[in-house]
Design a protein around this ligand. Structure first.
Ligand SMILES: [Zn+2]
Length: 243
């Protein structure tokens, strides 16, 4: 019964039986793990508010043989990010980030890039970063880390550099230029390649003021979300609420 200790984010928790909670948490060194926090529903229990979604915690747990769930023995809050979730839109946005992580990361697979992305993103929001821009930033990185962002700068068919307009291929694995697009249906915002390039080179901005207009961000996010939904084969629940 080896004891494990790790930094982690609480992704999701729900009540289980009279007294316990089932918790999905994302550890830095062992990826996503599911566990049971015994007594977490009791008044004045030792977990306090540490099991709330998106809490950044120090967690201690151990495995029980032939059980899917680990036993969470201790969980201490390092950073709550409660302030970030002060309005309903922000709360659902964090729920959306959590859903994307759970969807794209298999259980117990280490993904340090995603761990750091989530930490940096939440810290930027905590300091007053713009929700729309940071959401686009998070979506772009999730696509990139999972190898799902196609090359938007060159035409998939003729290989020429995209000048202005381009259209997404039906399998979402590339774009076509104006001469090659078989049907001009799924158009790609012309600002998208530059935006992705900017995302690659910059940390998530922690100020409200930035160079992207809301309209531009919304158009870019539409394409990023289409890609995410295409690969998830469903629309994230939290995104449906956000819309
Ligand atoms: Zn072409």
């Amino acid at each position: 019964m080896p004891i494990e200790r790790s930094e982690a984010f609480i992704l999701h928790s729900f009540n289980f039986s009279e007294q316990d909670k089932i918790v999905t948490f994302f550890t830095r060194d062992k990826g996503i793990i599911k566990g049971i926090a015994k007594g977490a529903r009791k008044f004045g229990n030792r977990f306090g508010s540490s099991l709330e979604p998106m809490s950044f915690v120090h967690i201690i747990y151990y495995e029980k043989e032939r059980r899917d769930l680990v036993i969470i023995s201790q969980c201490d809050l390092q950073e709550s990010f409660f302030d970030v979730q002060s309005n309903i839109k922000a709360t659902f946005t964090l729920g959306y980030f959590s859903e994307l992580i759970q969807e794209f990361l298999p259980l117990r697979s280490t993904e340090d890039l995603v761990f750091r992305l989530l930490l940096k993103t939440l810290q930027a929001l905590q300091k007053g970063g713009d929700l729309e821009l940071i959401s686009a930033y998070f979506e772009a990185w999730m696509l990139r880390i999972n190898g799902l962002a196609p090359d938007f700068s060159t035409c998939k068919k003729c290989g020429k550099r995209i000048q202005n307009s381009s259209w997404m291929s039906s399998r979402k694995d590339g774009v076509f230029c104006v001469s090659c697009a078989p049907q001009k249906k799924d158009s790609v915002p012309p600002d998208l390649p530059d935006f992705l390039d900017w995302v690659k080179k910059n940390p998530p901005p922690d100020t409200e003021i930035h160079q992207f207009s809301l309209e531009k961000l919304q158009t870019i996010r539409k394409t990023l979300q289409n890609l995410l939904i295409f690969h998830m084969e469903k629309e994230p629940k939290s995104l449906r609420y956000l819309k």
